[in-house]
Design a protein around this ligand. Structure first.
Ligand SMILES: Nc1ncnc2c1ncn2[C@@H]1O[C@H](COP(=O)(O)OP(=O)(O)O)[C@@H](O)[C@H]1O
Ligand SMILES: [Mg+2]
Length: 345
């Protein structure tokens, strides 16, 4: 190509992580522009599904919103897709429903437009924490004991739902929407009353709720980056020490003082290696592409995998960009690399 590749940075969307996505998108846009290597445009999808090309990105501090119903607004989407007409590649800076869960990936794939990150299958598998855990178990990765409860069951009889969790998992436990992100709808429960509230709260975010035993250990996260030749490389491990909440909740994630993120984590070499191996294994178990970030706990039995994020936060202060920086990869270089990997395919 003798002209600059045209990159469209997609962001926003109908998920509860809309604001978080705009924060990622604005930074990716600025960084890609700054390289001078691409012709870059933003494509912002509003909460109600309207697509709009833009040079500026509206910004506000991420609010812990409730899930917005995924709007399959046929006409808005058909009109929106026209805006992708002359893109050489799409940089996906969306999180959660629609943008990260394989839906948009499938749409772009059927249009024949290359995009950053994982394809439809891996994206969808990673979005379902329960399905992903089945694959992790199959591949010999350690995961937390759990039980699934439907929102319908919770609404029909919360005491029955509590009883089934007590039977299968016990206290303390962690309640989370199966398709969640950004810790929205996640809570810790150590008695029946708290559990009933936690179940009802999580049921506002998804139709399926996952309840896990509370895992003890140091919380860590580890990103994997694909090289241009297709090989996978684990980035330095980050340890997360929440200060505000009892766990790495929404407030801890988006408030600078909410948690300490130690990068690289101060771990013995063998534990670092074990965490990095688990991240690569989890990435491969789901068939992820481009990049991913796996959330884990380092337990007495080794790394335990919570979930894989296929489009982790992408502001320069987000975890994956921090880890990249510790490995000598600056933010503009990182986002440009992700574009190059996508163009390669
Ligand atoms: N089984 C668990 N035991 C202890 N803490 C947990 C457990 N599951 C989740 N957490 C806490 O909740 C946070 C969010 O959970 P996670 O599974 O990563 O979902 P998401 O980030 O998609 O909302 C984690 O970073 C961790 O602090
Ligand atoms: Mg997480």
């Amino acid at each position: 190509m003798d002209r600059k590749p045209r990159v469209i940075v997609m962001m926003g969307g109908p998920s509860s992580e809309h604001d978080v996505s705009l924060a990622s998108g604005a930074q990716v846009l600025a960084a890609l522009r700054g390289t001078g290597l691409y012709e870059v445009t933003a494509l912002v999808i509003s909460r109600d599904g309207e697509w709009q090309l833009s040079n500026e990105v509206p910004q506000r501090l991420p609010q812990p919103g409730e899930a917005v119903q995924s709007v399959v607004a046929r006409e808005k989407t058909i009109r929106g897709v026209q805006l992708l007409g002359d893109a050489d590649v799409v940089f996906l800076a969306l999180h959660g429903t629609f943008g990260e869960d394989g839906t948009l990936q499938g749409l772009l794939k059927s249009l024949g437009i290359p995009f950053t990150g994982s394809g439809p299958l891996a994206s969808a598998l990673a979005m379902s924490k329960a399905k992903a855990k089945e694959l992790f178990r199959y591949h010999g990765l350690l995961v937390a004991r759990d039980v699934q409860v439907s929102a319908a069951t919770i609404r029909a009889s919360v005491s029955n739902a509590v009883a089934s969790v007590e039977h299968a998992v016990g206290y303390p436990c962690v309640v989370k929407p199966n398709l969640g992100g950004s810790s929205l709808g996640v809570s810790l429960a150590d008695n029946a009353e708290a559990l009933a509230h936690a179940l009802q709260w999580a049921a506002r975010f998804d139709t399926d709720i996952l309840v896990e035993e509370k895992v003890e250990g140091r919380e860590v996260t580890c990103a994997v980056l694909e090289a241009l030749d297709g090989t996978m490389r684990a980035l330095p491990v980050i340890e997360i020490v929440p200060r505000k909440g009892a766990f790495f909740d929404f407030a801890s994630k988006y408030d600078d003082r909410g948690s300490d993120e130690i990068c690289p984590a101060l771990l013995p070499a063998d534990e670092t290696q074990a965490v990095q191996n688990a991240a690569v294994k989890a990435h491969q178990a789901l068939g992820c592409e481009g990049f991913s970030r796996t959330d884990m706990f380092l337990t007495d039995q080794g790394p335990l995998v919570l979930e894989v994020n296929t489009i982790p936060g992408m502001t320069p202060n987000s975890l994956l960009p921090k880890a990249a920086r510790a490995a000598g990869i600056a933010f503009p270089e990182l986002v440009s690399h992700l574009v190059q990997v996508a163009l390669r395919r």
